[in-house]
Ligand binder design. Structure first.
Ligand code: UDP
Length: 238
């Protein structure tokens, strides 16, 4: 029997870098496939899944503007990068037999669906995975903010932020052996101490709508499913 799950609908946010494997750039299809299997294991529990994938493995607006590009142009390039990642994830999810829709904040009808809230909700009700691409569609934002925005719009019960570590620490656990993980931490403490959960606008948007952020390790096989079944270690920002 499937373990009991307390979530009906969730948002999974992963960075673009999670898709690049050891390559240092771009998409590594076996890595995308591995994450797709983790997502499938949660989909198999009957949980409705929204996803937002960053674009940092291909292009970041800030990096472009630091090299003399107009910030808005560079940000649009970053948003387009997220569309490539979303298509890569869709391909791997569909290879596993899960109906998946890529939904872009910037319409590009030949490539994917435009964002229409009611249509996206309907996909979720039909147990299709919705991968929200092109961020918020606006420069000067990040995909963390996009994930928080869409999670609110889709009435997700929480944002699951998949990272390389199993939660939020008081200092970098990869550098300091005595770093301590929080079981729970408030939005305000994240902001005040700059704990690096998400950028400040995303955390404020989650706080103002009482949307919990669950930070967990995506490198841990079975970790995503385990947390939905009430196991494993993670930090809950609330
Ligand atoms: N971006 C943007 N508006 C958004 C979301 C993203 O302009 O609403 C751009 C921005 O340039 C950002 C890039 O897309 O650097 C990639 O997104 P992000 O840095 O959030 O990716 P991640 O770090 O999660 O891989």
């Amino acid at each position: 029997a499937a373990p009991s799950v307390k979530y009906k609908r969730v948002m999974l946010k992963i960075s673009g870098e999670a898709l690049m494997g050891d390559q240092g750039y771009g998409l590594h299809p076996p890595t995308v496939a591995r994450i797709a299997r983790e997502v499938k294991s949660v989909h198999d529990m009957g949980v409705e899944i929204c996803m937002v994938i960053g674009g940092g493995n291909i292009f970041r607006g800030l990096a472009g503007s630091a090299q003399g590009m107009e910030r808005t142009t560079a940000d649009y390039m970053g948003m387009l990068a997220t569309v490539m990642n979303a298509l890569g994830m869709q391909a791997q999810l569909e290879a596993l037999g899960i109906h998946t829709r890529v939904i872009s904040a910037i319409p590009m009808d030949q490539v994917c669906e435009p964002y229409i809230r009611r249509r996206a909700v309907r996909h979720l009700e039909k147990k299709r995975i919705c991968v929200f691409a092109a961020g918020t569609g606006n420069p000067y934002f990040t995909t963390d903010t996009a994930a928080t925005l869409r999670a609110n719009e889709m009435n997700c019960e929480a944002i699951f932020k998949g990272t390389k570590v199993d939660g939020v620490y008081d200092k970098d656990p990869k550098k300091f052996a005595d770093a301590k993980r929080y079981d729970t931490v408030s939005y305000d403490e994240c902001l005040q101490k700059n704990l690096g959960v998400m950028d400040a606008s995303a955390i404020a948007l989650a706080r103002d709508n009482a949307l919990p952020i669950i930070v967990f390790s995506l490198d841990e096989p079975g970790g995503f499913r385990g947390i939905l079944a009430g196991q494993g270690t993670y930090t809950r920002v609330q």
